[in-house]
Design a protein around this ligand. Structure first.
Ligand SMILES: [Fe+2]
Length: 291
């Protein structure tokens, strides 16, 4: 067998495997312990959506809805990129699906780079941007969008904070890490309340040190798509920003009392590949009050 034919067979097998992985949804549970978690939030379940990029699992995303329902979430939070910037005409379907999730529990969305880029597209005849139209659509369903904003979530007289960070697009430069300016987080979001458990929807995980220093107790991130191709013993090969062997590719990371869960996301864009046990995933966070 010629080398060329062997190569073609291997490439074909890898592509088939990728097509298989792209449709196999998984739930993955993470237990997050912190002494700032109030007693009334002990055992609370948070399902995380990220990087859907307009993908549909079944007709009208019925399969994704079924998986989310099976996770028994008390809250659904999004770490961003549920849409794809180049397809603003498809945001209506995404908003409708996300809106349907409010039947399960309250839903809070942070923005990824794709949502932020939607602000550059005007909707002809309406005098609004594609982002404004998307957010209005979501809000009609009762979804809370947190664009550099904080929501206080209460249970039985106790509360935690959830903040969505609109990370400036300059931080998403391809193939390089742009240092975050000192005071950037505080200028965007104000000070985090030190005595409250604080969840940050921070789409780009590479700024975990800055998020933690700001006061995030738990960061929910995405963007990396698990590193696209995962290599045994190594991890993710490449982020969508063409960062090779990214540190924060997927899973749980900790730093000085803060935790970060990086979702491998649900869909793809541009590089339409998932390979090497890089399945679409819904992280399910279980909060535990540290005794
Ligand atoms: Fe992203």
């Amino acid at each position: 067998m010629s080398l060329l034919l062997t190569g073609a067979i291997i490439a074909g097998a890898c592509l088939l495997r990728s097509e298989y992985e792209k449709v196999c949804l998984k739930l993955k549970t993470y237990v997050i312990e912190n002494d700032k978690i109030p007693a009334s939030f002990d055992g609370v379940r948070i399902a995380v959506l990220s990087d859907l990029h307009n993908k549909k699992f079944g007709v009208n995303n019925e399969e994704l809805y079924r998986y989310l329902k099976a996770a028994h979430p008390d809250y659904i939070l999004s770490a961003g990129d549920l849409i794809t910037k180049t397809k603003p005409e498809e945001t209506g379907d995404v908003a409708q699906f996300v809106g349907s999730l409010t039947k399960l529990c309250p839903v809070y969305l942070g923005n990824g780079n794709h949502e932020i880029k939607l602000r550059q597209y005007d909707v002809p005849g309406l005098g609004v941007t594609a982002y404004d139209r998307y957010v209005r659509h979501l809000q009609q369903f009762g979804v809370t969008v947190l664009a550099d904003e904080t929501a206080v979530i209460e249970r039985d007289g106790e509360s935690i904070c959830v903040t969505g960070l609109d990370l400036g697009l300059e931080h998403y430069a391809k193939g390089t890490h742009v240092a975050m300016k000192k005071g950037y987080m505080e200028a965007k979001l104000g000070q985090a309340e030190a005595d409250k458990f604080h969840i940050l929807l921070g789409h780009y995980p590479n700024y975990f040190p800055e998020y933690a220093a700001w006061g995030a107790d738990l960061v929910l991130a995405g963007h990396m798509h698990g590193g696209t191709v995962r290599l045994p013993g190594v991890g993710g090969l490449m982020s969508p920003n063409f960062e090779f062997f990214p540190t924060y590719d997927k899973g749980l990371f900790t730093r000085k009392g803060s935790a970060m869960v990086v979702s491998p996301g649900l869909g793809t864009h541009s590089i339409n590949v998932r390979f090497g046990d890089n399945f679409p995933e819904i992280p399910v966070i279980v909060l535990r009050k540290k005794k």
